[in-house]
Design a protein around this ligand. Structure first.
Ligand code: COA
Length: 253
């Protein structure tokens, strides 16, 4: 576990709260591991009927920690396929319990792509969604190349995933991956209400119906592997290393 992820069980809901505000909740290896564990251990726990993922007030997450990216990019070896991020994505793909996401502020990279594995997404009016993979010399991850065009249509997915266009909360609602837009500071409270509504439903019927509605986990993990392989190669590319360095250099001037 890591102090940057708080996991609490509230009645039948497990709440995962990203808490690294000084780094805009950028996700480290340890946070991925803690999130995987929180999701995996909920699977066979009949007491847990629903999960919430939140970043708290003001920020969801700035995505993968770029310092970790630099460390991986400059390491001698280290297959991306075995990484903590991939294991977390597998946990999401194989998860059988409804997940509610509460996005208040920025959701960058995996902060956006993870939402396509969730079942109900609340966003505040100030939430923004961005997937700047190509600007970083990378490629899409988290089965987003499969799920985003399916959810929002090819052209909107291209603008977001390839062009890196930022999507506002209202645009995300129109695009179909946000259910409801609420006032800033209210996403968590509203997410708890949604979770209570889901928890009150017959759990077995929910699980069966959810499975019918969703893309099969094996399709998701296959795409996660394909993307992960390419992502791992791109991490070590000159384009990617230059982009990571530019981010940290920009901060010193
Ligand atoms: N990884 C590591 N550190 C990050 C980070 C990330 N993904 N995102 C932000 N931080 C850190 C910054 O380095 C800064 O740390 P410092 O105060 O020690 O210098 C701190 O968080 C605050 O970020 P800052 O850039 O000053 O905030 P901002 O409000 O001006 O901008 C963002 C916020 C999210 C727009 C900007 O930080 C950003 O673009 N981050 C990178 C996002 C990204 O590319 N993620 C990977 C996607 S695949």
């Amino acid at each position: 576990m890591t102090g940057h992820l708080i996991v609490t069980d509230e009645d039948a809901t497990r709440v995962l709260t990203l808490r690294r505000p000084e780094k805009k909740n950028a996700i480290t290896h340890g946070m991925y591991r803690a999130m995987s564990e929180a999701i995996d251990t909920a699977q066979n726990n009949p007491e847990i009927r629903c999960l919430i993922i939140t970043g708290g007030s003001g920020v969801f997450t700035a995505g993968n920690d770029l310092e970790d990216f630099v460390a991986t990019a400059t390491a001698e070896a280290g297959p991306f396929g075995a990484s903590d991020a991939i294991r977390f994505l597998y946990s999401l793909a194989q998860n059988t319990k409804p997940i509610v996401a509460a996005v208040d502020g920025i959701a960058v990279g995996i902060g956006t792509t993870l939402l396509f594995h969730c079942d109900y997404v609340l966003a505040s009016t100030t939430a923004t969604f961005s997937t700047p993979f190509i600007h970083l010399g990378l490629v899409p991850e988290g089965a987003s190349s499969l799920l985003m065009p399916r959810t929002m249509g090819y052209h909107r997915a291209f603008a977001a995933l390839v062009m890196g266009r930022v999507v506002t909360a209202e645009e995300a609602r129109e695009a179909g991956f946000v259910n409801v837009v609420v006032a800033p500071g209210h996403t968590e409270a509203e997410a708890r209400k949604v979770a209570r509504e889901i928890c009150a439903l017959p759990a077995e019927a929910v699980a069966i119906s959810r499975k019918l509605l969703r893309t099969p986990p094996e399709d998701l993990t296959r795409r996660i592997d394909q993307e992960g392989h390419l992502f791992g190669e791109r991490m070590k590319s000159k384009e990617a290393i230059a982009a990571f360095q530019a981010f940290f250099k920009r901060k010193k001037v």
